[in-house]
Design a protein around this ligand. Structure first.
Ligand code: SF4
Length: 333
């Protein structure tokens, strides 16, 4: 079985953007690959170093989210990044193989830096060594487990390319030791927010979380953006610019979606009724996830055991890989 590795930063609960954008693919991969899923607390600290409580709390939270969507701990190896010291050690070695200028040019780093102006300054003048270097740490994450396949969205390809460059440089200096990882491009799209923004995000305040209860779903769906030209109940409208229709397409049965579309275009349905139908379907979609979450929330020991067991297995694999790497680097004293 090939090794597949992916990671999630524990900075908040998962929302529909994560679910349809990445997690659905994880469900397809489980059982087909030797699947390592990293809870990337060290990486989360690169831009949350001043808020360790948030990261700590979300390590278990995000694991519960992932288990609740149906990931099976017998098929997916969950581990905590900070409990694998080999990753930190490898990051130090790799930091010699990449220039500061190359990291500054990395498009993903540049985009993220511009989104975090309050932390890193308007022109990145206050960027930290840790944040700038997180692609190096990611290269360590991947190669520490000899990750062959890495699920990424298009926007993360530059990070993987950086990792491949480090691997090539390492092999050219220390001899053929590391395998170059390959991307698996996820087919799924970026999920729009309730406000019509192209991206759903916690910080954008436009997300539906897997953990949201009935009341929150009702409040959020009732506030979703619809076609602004529809004033009266029987005005015809354009469902393609309505977020309610957009979410119907994600969670409602196909027949319902067709009905929403044609009735909306004919002016045969009102927005309130349409939203109520979406609330019902959204709750039906979320209910099995909520049931599983309830189990894990009441049995947090089970979650901790899953993390501990997965981390132990990951540590064994990382130790083996480090032996090989240190031998090539002539530091296997
Ligand atoms: Fe959107 Fe439904 Fe209103 Fe049409 S009827 S604009 S799909 S909420």
């Amino acid at each position: 079985m090939k090794t597949i590795l992916t990671g999630l930063r524990p900075t908040g609960n998962l929302h529909l953007g994560h679910y349809f954008g990445a997690c659905q693919n994880y469900l397809k991969y489980q059982g087909k690959y030797d699947f390592y899923l990293e809870v990337a607390d060290v990486q989360a600290l690169t831009d949350n170093f001043n808020n360790p409580e948030k990261v700590r709390k979300n390590v278990r939270e995000i694991t519960i989210d992932l288990l609740s969507i149906g990931l099976d701990p017998e098929k997916v190896n969950f581990f905590i990044q900070s409990k694998i010291p080999e990753i930190a050690e490898l990051t130090v070695y790799y930091s010699n193989l990449v220039t500061v200028a190359r990291l500054q040019r990395n498009p993903t780093v540049k985009t993220e830096m511009s989104q975090k102006k309050e932390l890193f300054g308007n022109n990145g003048e206050s960027i930290t060594y840790g944040f700038l270097g997180y692609p190096v740490s990611q290269a360590a994450d991947i190669t520490c487990f000899d990750g062959k396949l890495i699920p990424v969205g298009e926007d993360q390809l530059p990070l993987l390319e950086q990792c491949r460059e480090i691997v090539r440089k390492f092999n050219s200096i220390y001899g053929e030791t590391l395998n170059e990882p390959e991307p698996i491009l996820s087919e799924t799209k970026r999920i729009k927010g309730l406000d019509g923004n192209d991206k759903m995000g916690k910080s954008l305040g436009n997300a539906i979380f897997l953990v949201d209860d009935d009341e929150k779903i009702k409040e959020k769906v009732m506030g979703a953006i619809t076609d602004p030209s529809k004033i009266k109940k029987d005005d015809p409208a354009n469902p393609d610019i309505c977020m309610v229709y957009y979410y119907h397409k994600l969670v409602s049965p196909e027949e319902d979606v067709k009905k929403v579309c044609s009735e909306c275009k004919k002016g045969a349905r009102g927005c309130v009724a349409c939203k109520k139908e979406l609330i019902k379907n959204m709750n039906e979609f979320l209910n099995p996830i909520r049931d599983k979450r309830k189990f894990y929330e009441e049995n947090t020991k089970v979650v901790d055991e899953i993390l501990n067991k997965g981390t132990e297995k990951a540590r064994e694999k990382a130790k083996e890989q480090m032996k090989k790497i240190k031998h090539s680097m002539m530091i296997d004293y």
